[in-house]
Design a protein around this ligand. Structure first.
Ligand SMILES: O=C(O)c1ccc(O)c(O)c1
Ligand SMILES: [Mg+2]
Length: 628
């Protein structure tokens, strides 16, 4: 952790939040922002005066950090110049009523704009001169798609050339990083000339910067731009003004404002800590895989799911000392079936039906993990515990499910010995060794929130985006993994309600685990054992194998084996992957058996086949239901 320093004021542009202007202000204040950028369009559509906005902001304890944007001002032909200066005076009137002294002028995008820095500097000088007469200031920002000025260093040149005390530079991480421009020189801008700093991240997309900026920005830490690096350069300059989020994002426009605002504040806390400013955060912990997964069930679902798990080679390994909770075990996998009334699990069951309500990760320091989560404003939870039982702290994921953090017991006892009456092992252990990955289905528009959670709290790493064809729409999938890869979480979302993901999300009223993959060293033997025990393995269409042969050039023996055991296969530069799926449990979640040989992905190329077969199985059971 770096030496503690005063955190910078935190601000958010009203354009980043949904709702009416007062709703946006209320949300920003409620989660703890110090200030807001008033985006002109939010003011235009507000049924009240700028003075009302000032009063509401004051009552909420929010500073108005800036009024923006003022467009297409500098270096226009003579005929337009004086009209533009009149326009500026009208904006100054509004700023006085709003009670803010700073306006953002973004670089001119008009085809008529003259490519002449001297002219741009003279115009900005004149505007700054008029602003100064009223005690106001002007900041100049390069838009990545500006007609003649698109880079921060160019804008800075013009500001230096104008050389007016009421004129300064505004930098926005998106514009710089979208052009892959170098922010390091910002460190040498005198702090008093850096008037304002806007931060935004974005996923890497190949599209024009304007469309990219207007629809796909997200909070620092949610995308793939090196925003921390940008911020480091800003801080090196000695800048002490606000850090302000300016996010144009279609999902954010539709999402509940407080939820978005809170994620925004979290992203700033994280970015600041990563750039070495502010109080700092406890460092992320290290991981060692999954300790257990917990299913919320009732008594009936408990016995049905227990029966399903037995066909997968799990054995009923114990019962909780004080609660209606059963433990199923195989290899190092622990599955907990929780039917305890009046618990977090039963709340989850009421809301979502039989589903995974918690996962437990093995960590080296649970307290540090919880402290970090709290510093990032995430909720934490401690379950009611009986005499002598282990307290396991947990963090609330964005969908409300719990992530427990389990440390190796100091007593040498495991949580299972402490909390469960364990049954003696009977017979041979099953084939499955460990949890390879846990896939979740997210409601539309929630990916960014999940990515921020896992990255910020746990230091997880985001992998590439896949587009998976379901028969009824597209599913997007992106895995987030612990740095040591012992915890892997593919996250899926879909705009269509008819896809497997969409159906799952609507059927279960929210996000949740839709499949769990177990690792084996011998997938053929495992699948044989599971089938013999009555596990409903998902069949694979013959076409799949013909295509596999054509695509990967399989040898005959391997191909025959895959066909015989109904296995799916993939290969990349790192190795290969053989896997099989079960049919779903109660049409909710299903299981996968995987064998990796060096391969690090998730067999995304085979997801389309799986989803087509699952859709077919669903139709069959629907037809059977009709006939019964
Ligand atoms: O998209 C725009 O027009 C726009 C306006 C103002 C900004 O500060 C910005 O970064 C972008
Ligand atoms: Mg900007």
């Amino acid at each position: 952790m770096s030496v503690a320093s005063r955190p910078l004021p935190k601000s958010i542009a009203t354009v980043s939040l949904s709702g009416t202007l007062p709703e946006k202000l209320e949300a920003a204040a409620a989660v703890g922002f110090d200030g807001v950028e008033i985006f002109e369009n939010d003011l235009l559509t507000f049924d009240g005066s700028p003075h009302d906005v000032r009063r509401i902001s004051e009552e909420l304890g929010l500073a108005i950090t800036i009024f923006q944007p003022f467009r297409d001002f500098e270096a226009m032909p003579d005929t337009i110049r004086s009209r533009n200066l009149d326009r500026a005076e009208r904006k100054f009137d509004i700023m006085e009523a709003l009670g803010t002294d700073l306006v953002l002028v973004c670089s001119n995008t008009q085809p008529a704009a003259i490519d002449d820095d001297a002219r741009a500097a003279a115009d900005l000088f004149e505007m700054a001169e008029r602003a100064a007469r009223r005690g106001l200031r002007v900041g100049y920002e390069a838009l990545a798609w500006g007609r003649n000025v698109s880079r921060w260093a160019h804008a800075w040149n013009i500001v230096q050339r104008a050389d007016h005390p009421a004129l300064g530079l505004i930098v926005d991480s998106f514009h710089t990083l979208a052009l892959d421009d170098d922010p390091s020189g910002i460190a040498r801008v005198p702090a008093e000339k850096l008037f304002f700093v806007q931060l935004a991240d974005a996923p890497l997309l190949k599209m024009d910067p304007l469309s990219w900026s207007r629809h796909y920005r997200n909070f620092p830490g949610q995308g793939e731009l090196p925003v921390t690096n940008f911020l480091k350069a800003v801080l090196e300059s000695g800048y002490e003004g606000p850090l302000s989020l300016e996010i144009f994002n279609d999902d954010f426009r539709a999402a509940p404002a407080r939820q978005t605002a809170r994620d925004g504040l979290r992203s700033l806390i994280l970015a600041e800590a990563e750039a070495g400013r502010g109080p700092g955060l406890p460092s992320p912990v290290s991981f060692d895989g999954f300790e257990f997964l917990e299913f919320a069930v009732d008594e009936q679902a408990k016995s049905e799911l227990g029966g399903f798990l037995k066909t997968l080679g799990f054995r009923h390994a114990g019962d909780h000392k004080s609660k209606a909770v059963e433990l199923y075990r195989q290899g190092s996998v622990n599955l907990v079936l929780n039917a305890e009334p009046d618990s977090a699990a039963s709340e989850h069951f009421q809301m979502h039906g039989p589903s995974v309500c918690a996962m437990a990760l093995r960590v080296d320091d649970a307290t540090r993990a919880v402290d970090r989560a709290e510093a990032l404003l995430y909720g934490t939870w401690r379950e009611r515990t009986g005499e002598g039982e282990r307290k396991i702290p947990s963090v609330r994921a964005p969908d409300g499910t719990l992530v427990y953090l389990v440390e190796p017991g100091s007593s040498g006892h495991t949580i299972w010995q402490d909390d469960f009456n364990l049954l003696p092992p009977s017979g041979q252990d099953g084939e499955l060794k460990s949890i390879d990955h846990v896939a979740q289905a997210l409601p539309e528009g929630r990916m960014d929130a999940f990515v921020l959670f896992y990255r910020a709290v746990f230091g997880f790493v985001l992998e590439r985006l896949w587009e998976l064809p379901d028969p009824y729409g597209l599913i997007r999938s992106r895995a987030i993994v612990s740095p040591d890869r012992s915890v892997r979480l593919p996250l899926n979302f879909s705009e269509s309600r008819k896809t497997a993901t969409g159906r799952f999300v609507s059927a279960t009223a929210g996000a949740g685990v839709h499949h769990i993959a177990f690792a084996t060293d011998e997938v053929e033997r495992s699948v044989t054992a599971l089938t013999a025990a009555g596990a409903p393995m998902m069949p694979v269409p013959a076409n799949y194998y013909d295509d596999l042969d054509a695509r990967l050039g399989m040898d005959d023996t391997t191909l025959a084996e895959l066909r015989r055991f109904g296995l799916l296969f993939d290969r990349d530069e790192q190795g290969d992957f053989t896997h099989a799926y079960t049919d779903s449990f109660a049409e909710r979640f299903f299981f996968e058996v995987v064998q990796r040989r060096g391969y690090q992905q998730f067999g995304a190329v085979n997801a389309g086949v799986r989803m087509a077969m699952q859709a077919k199985l669903r139709d069959h059971s629907a037809i059977e239901d009709l006939m019964n």
